[in-house]
Design a protein around this ligand. Structure first.
Ligand code: 8IG
Length: 270
């Protein structure tokens, strides 16, 4: 199908970013993109040998990060010959820069050559068995943001959005990994306990503020997608305690080594 004008604008911007990325990294084609969300950034060290590392803002069309703990860097990593394009931090919908800003890294990765994308996030969990620091594979998502990252009459199939092949591979590497259904909210507020009740009723088990819109764009660009959540807190109303952003970051740091080791093995297994 031919892209509409808005899609063309977004893709042309991403082509420019990918071109500057090639110049700054000296890597002509990347193979795999990894977007590291809250809790996952410290895991970057374990993925392989860093070839280049710079602020995302050195690439055209990227916005500066808005939140402490969201690093906003790009790194090119060599993982035993696999060229990995890592984004440390992402743009969120609640920053109000629009859906193209949220998905720009995904489009850039596509034009940089990536056929596979690993989307990671920190999130709340609805399963009381998931203590803070538990990694969960995303099996499917529910987009509760009320927006689409696609432009025009672009009818994209979303069945098996999160690659069954990659999920099976992860479970072979790490048999204890369970799966969940990720619900993306707009944020930036966490949910009310009643909203968590709704999520449970519609079949969601993970709640966060990212990933689904990125996965939709990645699918529209025919990338193979792996989604990995790090449950950093039990969802609102489940513990009797209020949710706290600092605790969320701490749970991520504490789980970083385990997450980095898992991601490194996944990338080498791709
Ligand atoms: I980390 O409980 C993290 N991000 N919406 N809800 C939502 N986003 C989150 C949560 C959570 N924890």
């Amino acid at each position: 199908m031919t892209d509409n004008e808005a899609t063309k604008v977004a893709n042309d911007a991403a082509r420019e970013s990918a071109s500057t990325l090639r110049a700054l990294t000296n890597v002509d084609q990347h193979d795999v993109c990894v977007i590291l969300g809250s809790g996952w950034v410290p895991a970057a060290e374990l993925l392989g040998t860093t070839v280049a590392d710079f602020p995302v803002t050195e690439l055209p069309h990227f916005s500066p990060p808005a939140v402490a703990g969201h690093a906003g860097r790009v790194r090119s990593i060599d993982a035993d010959g696999t060229k990995v394009l890592v984004f440390l931090g992402r743009t969120h919908l609640y920053e109000e820069r629009g859906v193209d800003a949220v998905t720009h890294a995904v489009r850039t990765a596509h034009f940089a050559g990536c056929k596979t994308i690993v989307l990671t996030n920190g999130c709340g969990g609805l399963d009381p068995q998931w203590s803070p620091g538990t990694p969960v594979l995303i099996r499917d998502h529910i987009n509760l943001t009320g927006v689409s990252p696609l432009h025009g009459a672009h009818f994209v199939d979303l069945t098996n959005l999160y690659s069954p092949r990659l999920r099976a591979m992860c479970q072979e590497l790490e048999p204890s990994l369970t799966e969940g259904v990720y619900c993306q909210f707009r944020g930036p507020m966490y949910e009310t306990p009643a909203e968590i009740g709704m999520v449970a009723a519609i079949g969601g088990t993970l709640v966060g503020m990212s990933t689904a819109l990125e996965a939709i764009v990645a699918r529209s660009l025919a990338m193979e997608i792996l989604g990995l959540s790090l449950v950093t807190n039990l969802a609102a109303g489940m513990t009797g305690e209020p949710l706290n952003h600092e605790e969320v970051l701490e749970a991520g740091n504490a789980a970083a080594t385990r997450m980095g080791d898992l991601l490194a093995r996944v990338i080498r297994g791709l």
